[in-house]
Design a protein around this ligand. Structure first.
Ligand code: NAD
Length: 496
């Protein structure tokens, strides 16, 4: 919830100390407008923090600071070993405070504490991976006619704007900041206004380890103000965005003014295909994990389950029985398997899709309702939901719901499975379950998606490129691919 300017709060007032600030040019700073925003705990609806609410002017301050740090400040020329040292230090300090960051992530985002702990460990590993990569060779030489010598070097792009969503606030911060800084860029970073808290705390570590002023800037605020300024400002050389496909389109348009480099990690409606010869229990386990991890708020979620006709009834029966037993509750409660959705607005969107599914004539096999008993009364809890008897033209089959809602489809044979799986504007992820190795390979190679698994779902590695085909995005994060996205390539032809 955004609040109006609080007139009684002026710089120096002791109440200002409670308002979390942005980090621009190496300083903690309030928004020039004096506006503030409340941050809510999705499990309880309580206000857990008040943050300063930046706008275009603050984004411009941060962009100017980044530009200065990159050029005059000489950051682009910093030895890779120094950038590596700083990133290793960030990783070490984050690891030392892992429990605190995980708890804060659960407060802010709602996810079960256990999942938040995984996120923090993954974020630490991501900083370490790119700290290591920063100093590894990434140039080439090539054979040319005498007397010339030729080589190719990679250089940082300049000022990189980075905008992330609310589903993995800390992990997405690491995925963005680590490769950009490793490659020598200066960054202007904007977390989601819904879940800014772990990013703010991460910047206190960035400050502590001595990243030079202006190299990494944090701007807090809304997408249409701060985000739009980052995407359109001509002093930003690249914009890297993770979020919804519609927003990605807006950002791409805004980036055309100065032909920014762009990378977009967008939405999905990913198929998880189970053949009759698959190991039944393994496939059931992963089908549940694919959709209900992080309350279904995962871009790569296996949100369409494609079952071979012969196993449909038995599989759905097992799935529904297990889904009904999933423990939904506050993320901090021991044993919670699924937490609340991130916000009231998002919960309403997800419940709206449940109504759409019913109207479209799909069968609601389980869930579909808000859970409000006892401790859940003021939170955004939705029961694990499964729809069967769907058809490919239904909106619940085509559109990304981004919540704990699984739609089940059936297929006759391999060709039918591939056709249904690819019948989507998205192309982010997909899974195949079968004990026939050759079939697994055939099907996975025909999936039009960037991230795929055979007899598994969801494991993600810092070493491997992450990103989508079709309307799921442009470019890749993670791995050497993710590093290269933050570099320009220069050929140097030498007559010596
Ligand atoms: P969103 O697109 O609404 O917002 C994402 C970010 O963009 C936020 O920081 C928001 O403030 C900002 N934003 C909004 N409007 C903007 C504008 N006009 N200009 C610039 N910035 C703007 O997405 P969300 O609701 O926060 O997250 C859910 C979406 O993110 C889902 O579609 C999901 O699939 C996607 N996602 C994708 C990946 C991936 O790697 N492909 C990962 C996580 C989430």
């Amino acid at each position: 919830a955004k609040l109006n300017k609080c007139d009684e709060l002026v710089q120096g007032d002791e109440n200002m100390a409670d308002i979390l600030q942005m980090y621009i040019n190496g300083e903690w700073t309030f928004a020039e407008s004096g506006e503030i925003r409340e941050v809510l705990n999705p499990a309880t609806g309580e206000i857990i923090a008040v943050i300063t609410e930046g706008n275009e002017a603050d984004a411009r301050r941060a962009i100017a600071a980044a530009k200065h740090a990159f050029y005059e400040g000489g950051w682009w020329d910093t030895p890779a070993s120094e950038r590596a040292r700083l990133l290793f230090e960030i990783a070490n300090k984050l690891e030392a405070r892992a429990a605190e960051f995980a708890a804060l992530e659960t407060d802010d985002n709602g996810k079960p504490l256990r999942e938040a702990e995984f996120d923090v460990a993954d974020a630490v590993a991501c900083f370490r991976y790119y700290a290591g990569l920063a100093t590894k060779p990434h140039g080439q030489t090539y054979e040319v006619a005498d007397p010339m010598q030729a080589m190719v070097v990679r250089e940082p792009i300049g000022v990189c704007g980075q905008i992330i969503p609310w589903n993995y606030p800390l992990l997405m911060s690491a995925w963005k900041l680590a490769p950009a800084l490793a490659a020598g860029n200066a960054v202007v970073f904007k977390p989601s206004e819904v879940t800014p808290l772990t990013a703010i705390r991460l910047f206190s570590i960035i400050d502590e380890v001595g990243v030079p002023a202006g190299v990494a800037n944090l701007v807090l605020g809304a997408g249409p103000t701060v985000g739009q300024e980052i995407a359109s400002n001509h002093d930003v050389d690249k914009v890297a965005f993770t979020g919804g496909t519609a927003t990605g389109r807006t950002i791409m348009k805004a980036a055309t003014g100065n032909l920014k480099k762009i990378s977009l990690e967008l939405g999905g409606k990913s198929p998880n295909i189970v053949f009759a010869d698959a190991d039944f229990d393994t496939a059931v386990d992963y089908a549940l994990f694919a959709i209900f991890a992080n309350q279904g708020q995962v871009c790569s979620a296996g949100s369409r389950l494609l079952l071979e006709e012969s196993i449909h009834d038995k599989f759905v029966e097992a799935l529904v029985e297990r889904a009904k037993k999933i423990k939904v509750g506050p993320g901090h409660t021991e044993g919670t398997e699924m937490g609340p959705l991130v916000s009231k607005a998002h919960m309403e969107k997800v419940l709206g899709y449940v109504e759409i599914g019913k109207e479209e004539g799909a069968t609601l096999a389980c869930g579909g309702e808000r859970l409000m008993d006892g401790a859940l009364a003021n939170g955004n809890f939705v029961a694990p939901t499964i729809f069967t008897n769907t058809t490919p033209d239904m909106r619940i089959v085509k559109e990304e719901i981004f919540g704990p809602v699984l739609v089940v489809q059936t297929f006759k044979d391999e060709a039918d499975a591939i056709k249904l799986a690819n019948d989507t504007v998205y192309g982010l992820a997909g899974g195949v379950f079968t004990n026939d190795g050759a079939k697994a390979q055939r099907v996975i190679r025909k999936l039009r998606a960037g991230i795929t698994w055979i007899n598994s779902y969801h494991p993600t590695y810092n070493e491997a490129p992450w990103g989508g085909y079709k309307q799921s995005g442009i470019g890749r994060e993670l791995g050497t691919f993710g590093f290269e996205e933050y570099t320009e390539v220069k050929q140097i032809n030498i007559n010596l």
